[in-house]
Design a binder for this molecule. Sequence first.
Ligand SMILES: C[S@@+](CC[C@H](N)C(=O)[O-])C[C@H]1O[C@@H](n2cnc3c(N)ncnc32)[C@H](O)[C@@H]1O
Length: 320
Amino acid sequence: MEITATKRVGEMVKELEMATVSELPSIEILERGKVPDIGHEKTCECPSNHINCLTPKEWLQSQVAIWEFSYEKRDIRDKTIHPAVFPIGLPAKCIKLFTHEGELVIDPFAGIGTTLLAAQDLNRNAVGFDLKQEYVNVARCRLAQGRLLNGTQQIAICDDARNIPQYLKENTVSLAITSPPYSKFLAKPKLNKSMRGDLRNNKHYQTIQQYSQDPNDIGTLEPVEFAQQLASIYEGILPSLRPKAHCVININDLWWENKRYPTHAYIIEALTKVGYELRNVLIWDRRNLVNRPGIFGWPNNYIKLGTTFEYILDFWKPPD
Ligand SMILES: C[S@@+](CC[C@H](N)C(=O)[O-])C[C@H]1O[C@@H](n2cnc3c(N)ncnc32)[C@H](O)[C@@H]1O
């Protein structure tokens, strides 16, 4: 019988829920508000004027603005564990592009720790935050499975992203990468638009899969208010970023009652107002993940299939 990543993590989460913290010494647990003692300096031999450890050939390949990823075995796509995860390949690509080994990466909305896992694979230090304890538990289990003695640490913290400034020292973070809630995207019944016929009518059809009912969850907000709250969180993070540190946000626009809300544009405007500078807009081409889509809007209302691409917005903290 194949043991899938979901099954292994499911078992570990159950053990974690039943155990006390002291029984789990291999899992890093940090008290709320305590500044983690974590490295942030580069440990590789690359010249210091390089922004990453890529070879010229890898750099050339990364210049293509349309990115495609597949989910791998370690990715957890079970929506009962988390409704919206990105593939490990996405944060891994950003980490390789914008950091050196040993440097510090943060994910303000870390979910079940995909960014932390990518950082672990790539010898980067990382801290991730999520409001929901269950997600943080899953992240910790996944990290414990891949723990390597390479001198880096990856820490999952259960807290509101608004409190991130309490945890980070100034000028230490080389990359902030995240996929935040897509405003109130999950607050509507799921229509399974990327599936056809019988497939669409699965157990998730017409269900609402919000992250939480926590009033601090920014996944319940209207798009404009959402972008403003996100920008206010990122304003708080700015002092912890090094000058020219990149800040990557994966987002999709919202269709709601036959209206399009360009969430990506609201975010660009709001983050620019609080001091970030937009550097690149990349497209995550998801066509390889859409199977036999259903038909929507035909024959009189053209609406592109929202699942076929997403935005990857790349900002930086402007140089001093
Ligand atoms: C799109 S998911 C991130 C998934 C993550 N990229 C992964 O692959 O596991 C967004 C996350 O933001 C979290 N969240 C919502 N509001 C938050 C807040 N104010 N502070 C911290 N996390 C929050 C939700 O609990 C959810 O897990």
